[in-house]
Design a protein around this ligand. Sequence first.
Ligand SMILES: *Cc1c(COP(=O)(O)O)cnc(C)c1O
Length: 376
Amino acid sequence: MSDLNQAKDSLPFTQWAGAELKVDLSAIAENYRRLQKKAPSARCAAVVKADGYNLGMIPIAKRLKEVGCSDFFVAYLDEGLALRSILSDNDRIYILHGLFPGSESICANANLIPILNSLEQIDNWIRFCNQDQTRHAAGVQLDSGMSRFGIGPDEIELLCRIDWKSFDLALIMSHLACADIPNHPLNFKQLQQFRLMKQMLPPAPASLSASSGIFLGKDWHFDLIRPGAALYGINPTPQKPNPMQNVVTLLGKVIQIRKIKPDIAVGYGASFVSKKPMRLALVSVGYADGFLRSFGNKAFAKSQKYPEIPLPIIGRISMDSLCIDISGLSEKALHTSDFVELIGPNCPIDHIAATGGTIGYEMLTALGNRYQRIYY
Ligand SMILES: *Cc1c(COP(=O)(O)O)cnc(C)c1O
């Protein structure tokens, strides 16, 4: 623990918090190294949008800078401004959502690189650069086949009319729709489309792959890779064992233990009814903490001392609590005020997410603000 814990401000909860969210910054650094090694011919950036997938953008960016990361992606201008204050002027910060009309000078003054997502945004940037008589840096996003951000194949002819000399083209990028499914035909189609469209622009560093794309192979690496999720321990290769190190551990405090007889209801809606005598533990984490309601009767917890024994979550998840079946543990194994693991090395985030029909990304970004966040 260190002053990094102050980084996440407006946190009223400290030693009495019902749960601890541990963020292993060295594991993030190690994951950065692994990803960089996987794509040796490219530079490795870090995507730290949504407050570093809700884990704390500032402490994460500081740690990644120590291991050589110099390119950071955020979604919004405000995120970029907050990040700029802790980085040096040589570090590049890209704004994925691009340029809102009127935000040009704020972007340029803070040395942020907007990703221009439409012809209109390119026009606005050029007008601004001409007025300012400076070739400010910006990236351009091409839509290679997912119909989200960027200039689409139908507009590509119009790119020939653009006066590319008016600004510094710092990045040409696109994004893959199905990179987590290695043999999906769209991966090859998007690669081909990206190469084709890129040729219509002046030469500039190129970037196509986020976490999963890195594992598709060298052809998808180009000059800059842009992982987010994999840095935070989410498995970028869902069909294979996770090549990343665990980053997040969520520990919930046991606030009450009780025994119940057969034929007793547990939780709202009586969605669980005991068939035999059971011992239950009430844990102070609920859906207000981002532990999704869809995990009720599906996910499991673990005692860190006995990680081989799953402790099923039974009944519905309440706003501030959930109930686990601890009948599989001896009476001495778990007491009130002990912690149980809900996410972590013994409860892999991808696995827990799947039980509730979601993905690790959504789980991380749903995590609430009531935890004591501990960086180590
Ligand atoms: C969020 C995002 C990323 C990071 O994606 P991960 O799958 O988390 O690695 C990269 N590029 C773009 C355009 C994004 O929106």
